[in-house]
Design a protein around this ligand. Structure first.
Ligand code: ADP
Ligand code: MG
Length: 817
């Protein structure tokens, strides 16, 4: 004789609700289970169930002493056991039941028939059932045109597709049944007018209530066939559906029940059932209007759904598999169009004017490489080959060079600049700030001067006979005196200067080059592609080398900088010391300060990054001032301290940085604005306050401010009260030195939006694709490249539709007729 499991289910459900605190029954779960198990043991009929039952060991369970995850597993294992046991019972009953009618008509992917030829760009008011008033509400959701509405995908689906009989219902689960209405009436529940119905199928009856909805009673006529989907609860020992989704079973598709039911974003005045109904009618009519722009070959090769089908199935999927396939097709489209967009940019850039092909077998370059006091790492050698190969062709180089701070990017950039000069062209090197420009100027001069000096005597620095005067390098920044600046500008114009170093303003302001052959842009990711457009407007088509020390995960790099070729220096020169990174407890703050004091006494310098208060620069600046005063008065009165924050003018900032770099200041207190790439070899300590609030990449950037000289350097992380994910990040940064590994981790932990911090824009609007879809992204890129290889301008008839779609999505960059 089977026993009633419902009280047990109720207790377990309650225990889950109370978050496994062993408080669902008085006396504890162990005692309750023991009693239940003693009775249940007698009712088990099959050997398999008996075995399962014994495995649960309920007669002497020890729930009280389990951890929370153990408790979760334990409760689940009992529920599973009950499910299986009950399922057996139902199966034996079910044999006697008449067959279950299909909830929907057989699921076959459908392509609705076109009914109209109106444009998808028409406003949604042309759609049947959408008034101007309702259109205004949709507008608030960003939906203006028919196409917008087609792509207004649900944010998720409820799975109501598994139909049960009433006898199979289980408490606490989302269930779907089809039943006859026996009676329906208005009742009062908690003083509110509501509806109650009793419905039944071949296996039993069940009560249904809808709170606050008395009107429903009238629609549910006796004997009507009703589909219900919703959560089943237990009330006075009997099952009840509480406010389930419902619809009458007629000769139509189900919309709200008995299927994968879409949930749409709503706004005031739009109700879920109304929107769902409207969307169903709309999608039925309009999905078929969409022209599939993907070349059939690609669709076939990648086994992608047709577009009308994908749109239909994304809204009203007939099976979970079709829903997935729909997402894949739509995500592919997003990534594919993105890749076509960036490749178009690249193509236009490279075709707009031919570039200059350089002879790279120059004596100058050989001399330079020989003069270096070190061997290039194999990563540097590989990248140098890539650069030289680009410089040899008349297609202008578009390359992004990634490499950690100190990996030796500047050396390679210098080599490339030298090749340009040796070929009689000018090179420009642009940095994000004046102080960085100055720094680069010094190191580039130093690198090149060795060659100059050593060769000077008998073989003055010559470039392949193009010119016989020594190499001329200039620094052009705001600090340079006006008269001198004009002089330099004149020399650049005359072609008397070979390499000019400055800020990004170099190419935008009133500088005119004689023959610009190569532009190197440092920390490009902070500026975007605008500079290249400017260069082109000035009539130059130089090779462009962008460099960044921020490791960018491959998916992001392909998306944001897909128009650039990528080179990576994934190796540091030998002998670099790892920066010792330590996450300190709040009470270790004093020992951190003591450490700074000892280092400063030895003549070293330290950075202290202020606590992150808020995104607001003003508030942040105020907090930094307070921190600065507290540190200089109470903690380090004996040292010279400087302050840097985002509210200071750039001249003020530069002044402070200069004083710090020259050693005049011992400690620099800074908000997180402290410059990328700033080189202070004597700085050996970096303290980051509220380190738990920064992303891994940002922490890694901070850490990169030290460890640039000979001395062992340290990064000390302070966190007041880190969250779980904060702790995770801190322990990762403590262990991992590799910036790329950290960047990948960061992308996983925080998502792309935050990856570059809030200022980064330019991320595409991806609805279906995720940046973690690396396989799909690679696939889309491969197809986009393949398409360009066979039809660079997408002029073949079969590629017209895709060209049209591209022009629609990227109107600014495409030049299709
Ligand atoms: P990055 O621009 O990537 O930050 P740099 O080119 O400025 O790196 O190099 C950092 C330091 O390392 C410089 O002092 C440079 O001379 C030195 N360096 C570069 N390449 C090597 C190498 N292969 N071996 C030893 N030292 C190197
Ligand atoms: Mg550098």
């Amino acid at each position: 004789m089977p026993i009633d499991n419902r009280p047990l289910r109720k207790v377990l459900a309650l225990e889950q609700n109370k978050d496994y605190t062993d408080s669902a029954v008085i006396g504890g779960l162990d005692r309750f289970m023991r009693k239940w198990a003693e009775r249940a043991a007698e009712s088990i009929t099959t050997p398999r169930q008996l075995k399962n039952f014994h495995q649960l060991n309920l007669l002497n369970s020890s729930y009280a002493s389990m951890t929370k995850p153990q408790r979760q597993d334990w409760v689940k294992s009992i529920l599973d056991f009950l499910d299986e046991a009950e399922h057996k019972e139902i199966k034996s009953q079910k044999a006697k039941l008449p067959p279950i009618p299909k909830v929907t008509k057989p699921a076959k992917p459908r392509v609705p028939t076109p009914v109209t030829t109106q444009s998808l760009d028409s406003p949604i008011t042309i759609i049947k059932g959408i008034s101007a008033n309702m259109a205004a509400k949709f507008n608030k959701l960003g939906v203006k045109t028919v196409r917008d509405l087609l792509y207004f995908f649900p944010h998720r689906h409820l799975d109501y597709s598994q139909r049960k009989t009433i006898a199979q219902l289980a408490e606490g689960k989302e269930e779907t049944i089809i039943a006859n209405v026996w009676q329906a009436q208005e009742i009062r529940l908690g003083g509110r007018r509501s509806t109650e119905a009793i419905v039944g199928d071949e296996t039993g009856n069940v009560r249904v209530v809808w709170f606050n909805n008395p009107y429903l009673a009238k629609q549910l006529t006796t004997n009507a066939r009703l589909v219900l989907s919703g959560r089943v609860s237990l009330f006075n020992g009997r099952y009840v559906f509480e406010s389930p989704e419902w619809e009458l079973l007629e000769d139509k598709d189900l919309i709200h029940t008995g299927r994968l039911v879409p949930l749409y974003s709503l706004t005031r005045g739009l109700r879920p059932r109304q929107v769902r109904k409207l969307m169903k009618d709309f999608i039925d009519q309009w999905a078929g209007q969409v022209k599939d722009f993907l070349p059939p070959e690609i669709k076939a090769r990648r086994d992608l759904l047709a577009l009308p089908q994908a749109i239909y199935q994304a809204h009203f999927p007939e099976t979970p598999e079709l829903k997935d396939q729909a997402r894949i097709r739509l995500a592919f489209d997003e990534l594919f169009m993105l890749q076509l967009g960036v490749l178009t940019k690249k193509r236009d850039w490279q075709e707009s004017q031919p570039g200059n092909s350089f002879n790279t077998e120059t004596i100058a370059l050989n001399n330079f490489l020989e003069s270096l006091p070190f061997q290039l790492t194999s990563a540097q050698q590989r990248v140098l080959k890539e650069l030289l190969a680009d410089l040899q062709t008349s297609q202008p180089m578009c390359r992004l060079l990634q490499g950690e701070v100190g990996s030796g990017k500047t050396v390679l950039a210098t080599a490339a600049l030298l090749v340009a000069a040796a070929n009689g062209y000018q090179g420009a090197f642009m940095a994000p700030t004046e102080i960085l420009a100055e720094q680069h100027f010094n190191s580039i001069c130093q690198l090149l001067s060795r060659t100059g000096q050593e060769q000077a005597a008998e073989n003055p620095y010559r470039y392949q006979g193009l010119t016989s005067r020594p190499l001329a390098i200039a620094l052009l920044i705001g600090d340079v005196k006006q008269s001198r600046k004009q002089g330099i500008q004149q020399q650049i114009l005359n072609g008397e200067i070979d390499i000019v170093i400055g800020t990004h303003a170099l190419i935008q302001k009133d500088v005119t080059f004689h023959r610009l052959g190569l532009a190197v842009i440092d920390e490009q990711h902070r500026f975007g592609v605008a500079q290249r457009a400017v260069l082109r407007q000035k009539g130059f088509n130089p090779h462009v080398l962008a460099m960044t020390a921020t490791p960018i995960p491959r998916t992001l790099a392909l998306t944001l900088y897909g128009d650039l070729d990528l080179s990576v220096i994934d190796q540091l020169p030998p002998g670099r010391q790892a920066i010792k990174t330590k996450w300190l407890k709040p009470e270790q703050r004093d020992s951190a300060y003591a450490f700074v004091r000892r280092q400063a006494a030895k003549g070293r310098q330290a950075f202290i990054i202020c606590p992150l208060v808020e995104e607001s620069e003003a508030i942040q600046a105020k907090a930094a001032v307070a921190e600065y005063e507290q540190l200089s008065q109470n903690v380090f009165p004996e040292f010279k301290i400087g302050l840097l924050h985002g509210r200071m003018s750039s001249t003020e900032k530069e002044k402070i940085m200069r004083r710090f770099r020259s050693g005049e200041l011992d400690i620099l207190v800074s908000t997180p604005v402290v410059e990328v790439g700033i080189d202070v070899p004597n700085a050996t300590v970096m303290i980051v306050e509220s380190a738990d609030r920064f992303g891994l990449s940002q922490l890694h950037q901070f850490r990169g401010r030290v460890g640039r000289g000979q001395e062992q350097s340290y990064c000390l992380l302070l966190a007041q009260n880190p969250s779980e994910t904060g702790r995770e990040r801190l322990s990762v940064i403590e262990r991992v030195q590799d910036g790329f590994a950290l960047a990948e981790e960061d992308l996983k932990l925080r998502g792309p939006g935050e990856f570059f911090g809030t200022r980064q824009s330019g991320l595409p609007d991806l609805r279906m694709a995720r940046l973690s879809d690396i396989a799909l992204l690679e696939m889309a890129r491969a197809e986009a490249i393949g398409l360009f290889e066979t039809d660079k301008h997408l002029t073949k008839p079969e590629n017209r539709p895709v060209a049209g779609e591209l022009a629609r999505i990227w109107p600014d960059i495409t030049e299709f007729s």
